[in-house]
Design a protein around this ligand. Structure first.
Ligand code: SF4
Length: 241
């Protein structure tokens, strides 16, 4: 797939629904080589419902960093039983985790941006590499309006870091559209959203946000907002491949 192919896809699917986009991906690339990334966010819950209803054996993965909220694990069980599939769960390597926690302590992420990134690297990025080695395409719930770092994402992108096609079917959706879909289908969601959380990750690195604040301002709130990403979603560059 090259730059022109990706631009063509973005043009062809510019007015299509997330369901159309996902069905296209499952059909063209195959169910076994197309995977949905889920952190159990509201966006991922929308895509999970679509995946589960349009795939005979949906591949949906969750990276268990070991530091999630209990409500995230509860939602995982509820979603799995409601839609009748099992999550593929990936966890950090014991060896790497033991090493960083022994060396820097269990709260290393508050010490510096470098140590926060090291924690994300071990708990999230390395497991992600193992997941993506099994597929050609990954589907994510990123939206443009979520943050400064996501304002230019497209529905179809070449993920240069992982050398895979990345699809963001909700790239142009608003937060309200996501909620409308959740309510219309009665999709289960994390109870923390009822307590002013608007983006939910690991418990020590997530807090509720105030009215008017950026959706992701409750994540790594002590860091510069222009640089906050965990390494899973590095800027995607369209290149000839
Ligand atoms: Fe570690 Fe926080 Fe990143 Fe989770 S979000 S992997 S706890 S730094």
């Amino acid at each position: 797939m090259n730059r022109q192919d990706i631009e063509k896809l973005n043009y062809e699917f510019s007015n299509k629904s997330p369901r159309d986009i996902i069905c296209y991906a499952l059909e063209r690339f195959g169910e076994s080589r197309t995977i949905l990334a889920s952190s159990l966010s509201i966006e991922d819950q929308v895509l999970t419902e679509i995946f589960a209803k349009n795939s005979t054996s949906p591949r949906i993965f969750f990276i268990d960093t070991g530091r999630h909220f209990q409500s995230t694990y509860d939602l995982m069980e509820e979603t799995s039983s409601r839609y009748g599939f099992k999550y593929e769960v990936y966890a950090p390597s014991n060896e790497q985790l033991e090493k960083i926690v022994s060396e820097y302590g269990p709260n290393m992420f508050y010490e510096s941006v470098d140590l926060r990134k090291k924690c994300c690297e071990v708990r999230k990025v390395e497991p992600l590499k193992r997941v993506l080695a099994t597929v050609d395409v990954w589907v994510c719930g990123l939206r443009r309006e979520q943050s400064f770092t996501r304002k230019d994402i497209e529905v179809f992108e070449w993920d240069y870091a992982h050398q895979k096609l990345k699809i963001n079917p909700l790239a142009y959706w608003s937060e309200e559209q996501v909620w409308e879909y959740i309510r219309s289908k009665n999709i289960p969601y994390n109870s923390l959203y009822n307590k002013d959380f608007r983006s939910i990750g690991c418990q020590p690195c997530t807090r509720a946000v105030k009215k008017g604040e950026d959706v992701r301002s409750g994540r790594w709130w002590w860091e510069d907002p222009d640089k906050k990403e965990c390494g899973l979603h590095v800027a995607n560059v369209i290149k000839e491949v």
